[in-house]
Design a protein around this ligand. Structure first.
Ligand code: KG4
Ligand code: ZN
Length: 347
């Protein structure tokens, strides 16, 4: 049996998890997952990096201990420690990286460095083991929006990305405009559900009629114009209490339709029969449903992780780490943390 402890501290969740399998290509089980979300950032309406680092420092030891306890194992039962090294807040990442290195030195264990976005790619497989490549992937989180073609694990073609705001960032900013709490994505979704779709029809960004796969804009997205359109609607409203659900609906419809269309284009261009969603915005049921409907004509299966695995968590890091462990990847004692880094295996 191979057993990996995963550690994730890239933003405002301190998380640890244990996964195991019986060898390469065998079913992977998730034996424990602990996620501690730092509520303190709500007060500031966004993540404060210095506070995040300090909160990780306080939480990391008990969170890892709890993950081991729930998995009914000790450090002696582990084969490796997988840790997120990028991308994210450097101070936050360093807490996980240094703790992983400390444990590794003390116990003679290898450290496997994991790219956070590769972790998001693996999340859906923990719910449904058939979420395997080849597939089209749409990763939508607070910091990233990536459209990928995944021919095989470790082989990633980045087709498109956001030219400005990430999808989650756009949700959070519009939530703020509407007076909703941070992080705002799920509040916008709940409000939009009660909104009238015909009152605010915002332009769908980057969906030019004649776009072709050779056009660099074919797979890219951009949400800052949409955010400005929502801002203009808020400023132009003489009764925001009356209008805000309709504005939320108009914003979400435009964003979701754009992402569904781009995902369709990617699956069609590469002839993929599977689509994997990941990242916090993948919790949005309207998005998942829109992608499903848009992909119906291709007969593609759409996989969305459960919310606990879609948002930041260490289970996906442990799972991606297990894959990298079998490839023989090991970090040196000089492993550091990086605010950004290319996906490993990018074509
Ligand atoms: O992946 P994640 O947990 O953290 C990052 O790596 O950024 O994603 C967090 C983002 C936030 O922007 C949050 O507002 C958004 O995911 N989010 C949602 C929903 N649930 C979380 N956005 C739209 N609809 C939701 N239901
Ligand atoms: Zn994330």
């Amino acid at each position: 049996m191979t057993r990996v402890l995963g550690i994730e501290t890239s933003c405002d969740e301190t998380s640890a998890a244990v996964v195991s399998d019986l060898g390469p290509e065998t079913p992977v089980s998730l034996t424990s997952l602990v996620i501690l979300s730092q509520d303190i950032h709500r007060v500031f309406g966004g993540v404060v990096p210095e506070i995040a680092s300090r909160a990780h420092l306080t939480a990391i030891v008990p969170v890892v201990q709890q993950a081991l306890t729930e998995a009914n194992v000790t450090l002696d039962d582990l084969d490796a420690i997988a840790v997120t090294y990028a991308p994210g807040l450097v101070g936050a990442l360093l807490v996980g990286v240094n703790y992983a290195k400390g444990l590794a030195v003390a116990r003679g264990l290898p450290v496997v460095p994991v790219h956070h976005m590769e972790g998001h790619l693996f999340a859906a497989t923990l719910d449904d083991p058939t979420a395997q490549p080849p597939f089209t992937a749409l990763l939508v989180s607070g910091g990233h929006t990536l459209l990928l073609d995944v021919a095989a694990w470790g082989s990633y073609r980045v087709l498109g990305h956001t030219r400005d705001d990430a999808a989650g960032e756009a949700f959070d900013k519009v939530a703020k405009l509407l007076g909703l709490p941070y992080p705002g994505g799920r509040h916008v979704e709940a409000l939009a559900a009660t909104g009238d779709p015909s009152r605010f029809r915002f332009t769908r960004p980057m969906l030019q009629r004649n776009a072709s796969p050779d056009d660099p804009a074919y797979f890219d997205v951009s949400f800052s114009g949409l955010k400005t359109a929502a801002l203009t609607a808020v400023r132009g409203s003489d009764d925001l209490a009356r209008d805000k659900a309709d504005i939320a609906r108009g914003f979400q419809d435009a964003l979701v339709e754009t992402l569904a269309e781009k995902t369709f284009r990617a699956a069609q261009a590469y002839g993929r029969q599977r689509v994997v969603l990941g990242g916090g915005v993948a919790c949005n049921r309207t998005l998942a449903e829109a992608v499903r409907q848009r992909l119906e004509s291709l007969g593609a299966a759409v996989y969305t992780p459960t919310p606990r695995l879609a948002t930041d968590n260490a289970a996906m890091i442990a799972r991606a780490g297990l894959f990298r462990y079998y490839l023989g990847e090991r970090a040196g004692h000089d492993l550091s943390a990086f605010a950004s880094a290319p996906l490993p295996g990018q074509l």
